[in-house]
Design a protein around this ligand. Structure first.
Ligand code: PLP
Length: 466
């Protein structure tokens, strides 16, 4: 294969050609222009492309191999070395990283690959590719293609009782982009503080801070957000997870719902409803409708495929109050030129054909079994813990008896090869909360649950021993 490499050398320079070539490749590797594993042209090919003698390239390659920048792979030429230092910094909205070699990973936000409906996605994508015309290949409308917005408006009404029209729906790259757009729009309206739930999502709090708006933590109790404290905070906008509070799992009580909506009217404020796992509900009772249903003029509803399918799709949506929509569309059009059309069409097809509903029914039942297995394992191996909140979503929050050394339980679990987060990871600056563990079961195999909880149980026993 004639791989191409874009580098230049200066024949008039006093620096030897081999050194120039070596430095050019080295700096591209260091700057991560050339990525680990990237293939380079053969020395013969590169010499020809640059009009150099082959020995110049061979020497440069050999030196870079000796320094560990490149590696020669027998039968497939020269590549950038696979192991280079990781770049610093945290860019993801979610602070979760891929598994670290622990036997069981109970962190949230880890994609469950086994549940992704590969065949259905492939069928939908293929169908789109076979029929798509010019309109599907040109720039899409910035807020999303009509097919998907139509499907979403219908789906959200049917599944989550959201009251919206296709014209009020905006397709985004996950909730992360939705949140960035909201932050920008609110600031243009003169709102510079956004109330957030405490405990809450620390990665999200940092993300909000980076968007330029100030996150103001407001406590959550057994009934959800403390609306009295929200009043006292002075904020005019709030981000909430009313269906299944992250991380405690509590549902916003009917009384608090009423109070929150009254707050928005009184304050002329905005509510952002992050319905990140709203499709997964395992109680016998009907799932409460989205908060947005009760005031579509004040509540921005946000959904995502990150739990329903996988986070890697980067696909989410907002149902936006009519008064806010034009501003958000303007903000969006300065940020990008819309979302990938083919992915939007494929997802619309997945919804239209009923395959998404079928997939949801299937995974809902798998997650319900995991949730039940987890509750049983906690009763068995961690009997002093209490699972807070409702049976929903892909995680549970286990409250440990007061006085438990949460950090010792987390470390002991890790020594037993179980990766789990303590409740302290989800607190910001407020008072230390009760000791707790966040137990994510979305990516655990059913058979691993009792093993993982048993390991946490013995770590808990060890931590409680005088
Ligand atoms: C609280 C919360 N909100 C939102 C999201 C989704 O964000 P995104 O759609 O950007 O993946 C997640 C993770 O899936 C989450 O845990």
């Amino acid at each position: 294969m004639a791989w191409h490499l874009s580098v230049q050398v200066d024949r008039d320079s006093s620096v030897p050609l081999t050194t120039q070539l070596q430095n050019a490749i080295k700096s591209r590797v260091e700057d991560r222009v050339l990525h680990p594993g990237a293939r380079l042209p053969s020395s013969r090919q590169l010499a020809q492309d640059l009009g150099l003698s082959r020995s110049v390239v061979v020497e440069a390659y050999e030196q870079l191999i000796a320094e560990g920048y490149l590696e020669a792979v027998r039968g497939s030429g020269t590549r950038v070395a696979g192991k280079l230092p990781e770049p610093a910094g945290e860019t993801s909205l979610l602070d979760e990283r891929p598994a670290t070699g622990a036997r069981w990973d109970l962190r949230v936000g880890i994609a469950n690959l086994a549940n992704f409906p590969r065949q259905e996605w492939l069928n939908s994508y293929t169908k789109v590719l076979q029929s798509v015309g010019r309109e599907g290949m040109d720039y899409p409308p910035v807020s999303g293609i009509a097919e998907l917005r139509n499907e979403l408006a219908g789906y959200l009404g049917r599944v989550r009782s959201v009251r919206t029209e296709p014209a009020q729906v905006m397709v985004t790259a996950g909730f992360a982009q939705g949140l960035a757009l909201l932050s920008d729009s609110l600031q243009r309206l003169g709102i510079h503080e956004l109330a957030i739930e405490e405990p809450g999502h620390n990665g999200q709090r940092r993300f909000i801070l980076d968007t330029g708006i100030t996150p103001v933590p407001v406590p959550v109790d057994e009934e959800g957000l403390d609306v009295g404290a929200l009043h006292r905070s002075g904020a005019r906008a709030v981000l909430v997870t009313p269906a299944h509070q992250f991380p405690t799992g509590v549902m916003l009580s009917p009384e608090r719902r009423r109070q929150l909506l009254a707050w928005a009217r009184e304050r002329d404020g905005w509510i952002i409803e992050d319905d990140y796992d709203g499709e997964f509900w395992f109680d016998q009772l009907a799932r409460p409708a989205a908060l947005q249903e009760d005031d579509p003029d004040r509540v921005v509803y946000a959904g995502t495929t990150s739990k329903v399918l996988v986070p890697g799709l980067r696909l989410g949506w907002l149902a936006i109050p009519p008064k806010l929509y034009p501003l958000m569309e303007r903000v969006r059009s300065r940020q990008d030129q819309g979302s990938d059309t083919l992915t939007q069409l494929a997802f619309a097809e997945l919804m239209r054909s009923g395959l998404l509903d079928r997939h949801l029914r299937r995974v809902r039942s798998r997650y319900r079994s995991r949730r039940e297995a987890l509750a049983a394992a906690v009763r068995e191996s961690l009997p002093e813990a209490r699972l807070s909140g409702c049976a929903a979503g892909l995680h549970s929050y286990a409250l440990l008896p007061p006085g438990t050394d949460e950090a010792a339980v987390v470390h002991g679990a890790l020594r037993r090869s179980v990766l789990v987060r303590g409740g302290g990871q989800f607190r910001f600056s407020g008072p230390a909360g009760p000791p707790a563990l966040l137990l994510g079961y979305g990516s655990l195999p059913l058979t691993g649950i009792s093993d993982a909880i048993a390991a946490i149980g013995s770590s808990y026993e060890e931590a409680r021993r005088p």
